[in-house]
Design a protein around this ligand. Structure first.
Ligand code: CA2
Length: 159
């Protein structure tokens, strides 16, 4: 597995900071990418960041990310209907954190059911852009954690 983490943002998130600041805040997508990069840079991890309004493009990047160390994805409205994205997420070997800036459980009922959550390791929702930072911290933490079997065999060799 590579030391690469993907940050993938879905439809309309390119307009963050311009509309509905009471829900999504005033931060832009560039701010989010910079925030995530502070975490990955600190741990010498490569960050690949993309945003798309097109489902097929998201699927393509998920294929690219199949062997990545982890994925942080805000699928935006794709999370309510995209079975192809669900299938692509299931093909990814590393941990996946689904992030939503707003709390999808405190909004319209239909927003609370992400069909993609079933393919995620975990979901962070409602913490604003801090959700992305926390998701990145989680993924780099997984990279640093030694594999339990490695320690065991090292001990065996010494005795
Ligand atoms: O809270 C989130 O991060 C969402 O994933 C954002 C999605 C929405 O469909 C989800 O229910 C929750 C949509 C983002 C809409 O993008 C905007 C961008 C700029 C300003 C207003 C909306």
């Amino acid at each position: 597995m590579t030391r690469t983490i993907y940050l993938l943002n879905g439809p309309n998130l390119d307009l963050l900071g311009e509309r509905e600041p009471e829900i999504y805040g005033r931060f832009t997508l560039a701010d989010i990418e910079a925030l995530c990069r502070t975490v990955t840079d600190r741990h010498a991890v490569t960050l690949i960041a993309h945003q798309t309004n097109a489902e097929h493009e998201m699927i393509q990047w998920l294929h690219e990310a199949r062997e990545a160390s982890g994925i942080v994805i805000n699928p935006a409205a794709f999370c309510y209907h995209s079975v192809p994205i669900l299938d692509a997420l299931k093909m990814c070997a590393g941990p996946v954190v689904e992030v939503h800036i707003s709390n999808i459980y405190r909004r319209e009922d239909w927003r609370s059911k992400s069909i993609l959550a079933a393919a995620a390791t975990g979901v962070i929702t409602g913490l604003g852009i801090d959700g992305y930072r926390l998701a990145m911290e989680y993924l780099v933490g997984k990279l640093r954690a030694p594999k339990p079997s490695a320690g065991k065999s090292a001990r065996k060799k010494r005795s």
